[in-house]
Design a protein around this ligand. Structure first.
Ligand code: HEC
Length: 241
């Protein structure tokens, strides 16, 4: 990865930890200053789970939580709090063999391992396998849909941090029982037709300015169309809920 992440105290008399994202020559690209959660450590996740690999995990003293940060183009594009049954985290490391180790204030260790269960992923995989597309496109679609499933469940009626997209095709926009829709999406009328999905997935802010869904940055229109085909088939498999 052509980026280095270092933690340091850039503020002198107002000590505060920050992640500095630098290029291979250590030229600074971006500084992310932690909100006041008492950042105590930072690690880059590798060999953990495809959905998390490459992200940063920040340990915090204040919240009994770690923060997962995704960096794209040298910017932090989203921050997900990971609630942990722990106290204050003093140190964090990704051990390269598939675990993340957290060292707590009371000297206990908490070890995170990815779940072996790839929930509902099998359903998406079998839909992709049934589409008449090249191996290359099928691979891109699997990676893309895994990205969506980081936030979205594909099980109809089940919401995690985002509305489920298992039965989103032709559903009313912001029309599920998910409670945390943005005002932007609530105020958008219509349903998730093929065309609306294409506009939204290609450019969420362009379609609904102020939406809280980050841009999935899918450059290849074939992948966008394939993703919509997957959502259409998922809705027919999942049914309405
Ligand atoms: C980082 C988290 C995240 C990722 C990754 C993500 N989404 Fe979203 N998505 C959201 C959030 C949050 C919302 C609710 C947006 C709002 O209320 O403004 C949303 C809303 C949606 C909606 C509208 C749902 C409704 O009920 O109206 C669709 C469709 C959607 N996402 C599709 C996708 C697809 C397809 C992908 C993968 C290419 C994806 N999302 C990736 C967080 C994410």
């Amino acid at each position: 990865m052509a980026q280095t992440v270092c933690i340091l105290d850039p503020d002198g008399d107002r000590p505060r930890l920050a992640a500095i994202i630098a290029d291979a020559n250590c030229a600074q690209k971006h500084v992310w200053r932690a909100p006041s959660v008492g950042l105590s450590g930072l690690t880059q996740i590798s060999n953990f789970h495809p959905a998390w690999n490459g992200d940063l995990l920040a340990a915090t003293l204040k919240r009994g939580a770690a923060l997962r940060l995704r960096i794209r183009d040298n910017r932090v594009v989203f921050v997900e709090p990971i609630e942990l049954p722990s106290k204050r985290i003093r140190y964090i490391l990704s051990d390269n063999r598939g675990s993340v180790v957290l060292w707590n204030d009371d000297s206990s260790l908490l070890i995170l391992r990815p779940s072996a269960e790839n929930y509902a992923g099998g359903r998406v995989d079998s839909i992709i396998a049934s589409l008449n597309v090249s191996d290359r496109l099928a691979r891109s679609l699997r990676t893309t849909m895994e990205g969506c499933e980081e936030c979205h469940s594909v099980v109809a009626g089940e919401h995690v941090n985002a509305p489920n997209i298992g039965d989103v095709f032709e559903r009313k926009i912001a029309g599920s029982s998910f409670r945390n829709y943005s005002t932007a999406l609530r105020q958008t009328s219509g349903e998730w037709s093929e065309e609306n999905l294409r506009l939204f997935i290609s450019d969420p802010q362009g379609f609904a300015p102020g939406t809280t869904m980050p841009d999935p940055s899918i450059a290849d229109p074939e992948v966008v169309n394939g993703g919509i085909a997957v959502l259409r088939d998922l809705a027919s498999v999942c049914g309405r809920n």
